[in-house]
Design a protein around this ligand. Structure first.
Ligand code: LHQ
Length: 264
């Protein structure tokens, strides 16, 4: 699988994985999800990697699923279901990010949307540039949050605020994201790379056993049913995508107009 959509860079014990489709704001196509899955799998067993950073090339972190690519695939006769698409891509990413017993840090610049934001929320820590904008975006295209967002949003921001963000897809800025607990730290945009590496390097120098077992403890305490939850999201997304709203939502996005959803 080509790695050009995902750049790998080592800074000592820190592995930086950079989403690299900047012309699409690093929207995920199948090649990028698979490259991420492969890179995480390798990093998990590579003892020399002691912290992992996920970040985006260009003016954003990620805009989520590549909607054009998704609709193209969906129109093919042998297209997999939406649930199967999630099982093969984002659910594997989410499971890996939580399962790797090393720090996984999302370094957020510009924009994080859709499942790009979900993956960031799945990470252990998030550090954001002060000009970042976060938006879930799913509701605008008739979908439900996936990639683990329906679990991590209420966990990080609380039930009411999480549900509000999921329903409205409001764009929130860095200080609001920080206030809500969605990001750990906010730094000036020009310092994001240096600050992210400093945080990752600091964690990489700590006891790998203490770091890894602490992550296991937090996973067991707060998200013991991750696999079941991700499958639940896949089934709900399948149901959401079976109606007319996904098509209307995506078309409205592509034509840069407001969606007009019919009564259910
Ligand atoms: C894009 C995208 C994109 C393609 C920007 N795709 N081109 C799960 C299961 C099943 C189905 C689908 O998905 C999922 C998981 C998901 O992630 S669903 C949610 C998918 N993501 C979204 O709905 C977000 C869509 N994008 C946006 O709302 C905006 O582009 C954001 C808020 C990310 C950024 O807004 P702006 O800064 O104003 O940039 P822009 O909209 O002008 O985008 C720049 C270009 O990137 C533009 O292309 P163009 O040729 O006009 O320059 C966009 O069409 C393209 N792009 N996101 N997800």
């Amino acid at each position: 699988m080509s790695d050009s959509v995902l750049l790998r860079e080592r800074h000592g014990a820190v592995l930086c994985l950079t989403f690299n489709r900047p012309e699409k704001l690093n929207a995920f196509n199948d090649a990028m999800s698979q490259a991420l899955i492969d890179a995480l799998a390798e990093a998990e067993v590579d003892r020399s990697v002691r912290a992992i950073v996920l970040r985006g090339a260009g003016r954003g972190y990620s805009s989520g699923q590549d909607l054009e690519a998704f609709m193209r695939l969906r129109s093919q006769p042998n297209a997999v279901s939406v649930a199967e698409h999630l099982r093969r891509s984002y659910n594997v990413v989410a499971t890996k990010v939580r399962g790797i017993e090393k720090p996984v840090i999302a370094s957020l610049n510009g924009i994080a949307a859709g499942v790009g934001l979900s993956i960031a929320l799945m990470c252990d820590l998030r550090i954001a540039a002060d000009d970042v904008v976060l938006t879930l975006g799913f509701s605008k295209i008739g979908l439900v949050p996936d990639g683990g967002a329906s679990l991590m949003l209420p966990l990080l921001a609380g039930f009411g605020r999480g549900l509000e963000l999921a329903w409205t897809s409001d764009r929130i800025d860095a200080s609001e994201a920080h206030r809500l607990g969605l990001v750990n730290r906010v730094v000036p945009a020009g310092e994001l790379e240096v600050a992210t590496l400093a945080l990752a390097q600091n964690l990489a120098e700590m006891s790998p056993a203490a770091i890894g077992l602490t992550k296991r403890a937090f996973n067991r305490a707060m998200i013991p049913h991750l696999a079941q939850w991700l499958e639940n999201e896949a089934l709900l997304q399948e149901e959401a995508a079976s109606g007319p709203d996904l098509l209307e939502g995506v078309q409205s996005f592509m034509h840069k107009r407001k969606p007009a959803f019919a009564a259910r």
